[in-house]
Design a protein around this ligand. Structure first.
Ligand SMILES: CC(C)(COP(=O)(O)OP(=O)(O)OC[C@H]1O[C@@H](n2cnc3c(N)ncnc32)[C@H](O)[C@@H]1OP(=O)(O)O)[C@@H](O)C(=O)NCCC(=O)NCCS
Length: 163
């Protein structure tokens, strides 16, 4: 078996981003209900009313960039960038059945092509090794820690290491 053929998880190339539409929201809602995912992200699930109100608000905010992640044409998650305390932050969420296929890494890499405000920051729970790995594979580096989180950053001139 060749080295390539023996890879446990083939890197997918079927990941695309598009603008979020209302029909995506029930899918995102289900993704963020998953208790394993919420524990991983250290972020509590919202109930349907709070979730829909939050998304209506952020979809109407021009300062926030929101993209739906598609894998083989299916809605599998979202990736979002927003301004907080003078920083440009980024976050993403993938439905659990799609984990471990390189989707978040590809989605973040594609998202970086559209970023115009640098540097980007990401707040990651210290135990969220998968998310940290996604960020590091796209060139982010740990800047500092705040309580139970690592803060990773990426500047425009560091994006060459993105896959
Ligand atoms: C974190 C998350 C986005 C990762 O999505 P994904 O599509 O599975 O990520 P990828 O497949 O692109 O890459 C995951 C990487 O983490 C690694 N990984 C996964 N679980 C891991 C673990 N427990 N420890 C160490 N590395 C781990 C994978 O091996 C892979 O690295 P590799 O390609 O070097 O093997 C997804 O699990 C998720 O949405 N979680 C819930 C929400 C969340 O945590 N969002 C981020 C908030 S900062």
């Amino acid at each position: 078996m060749t080295r390539r053929a023996s890879r446990k998880k083939p890197m997918t190339t079927h990941v695309h981003l598009r603008d979020v539409i209302e029909d995506d929201l029930p899918i995102f809602f289900e993704h963020q209900l998953d208790p394993i995912a919420t524990q991983m992200a250290a972020f509590p699930a919202r109930d349907r009313q709070a979730f829909m109100a939050h998304w209506a608000k952020i979809m109407g905010d021009d300062t926030i960039t929101l993209k739906t992640i598609l894998f083989d044409g299916q809605v599998v998650g979202n990736i979002v960038s927003w301004e907080e305390s003078g920083e440009r932050d980024i976050g993403y969420w993938i439905g659990r059945v799609y984990w471990g296929r390189g989707i978040a890494t590809q989605a973040l890499s594609r998202f970086l092509d559209h970023v115009t405000v640098w540097p980007l920051s990401a707040h990651v729970a210290k135990h969220n090794l998968a998310s940290r790995r996604v960020l590091e594979k796209c060139g982010f580096k740990i800047s500092h820690e705040e309580g139970e989180e690592f803060i990773l950053k990426l500047s425009a001139n560091e994006t060459d290491s993105a896959p």
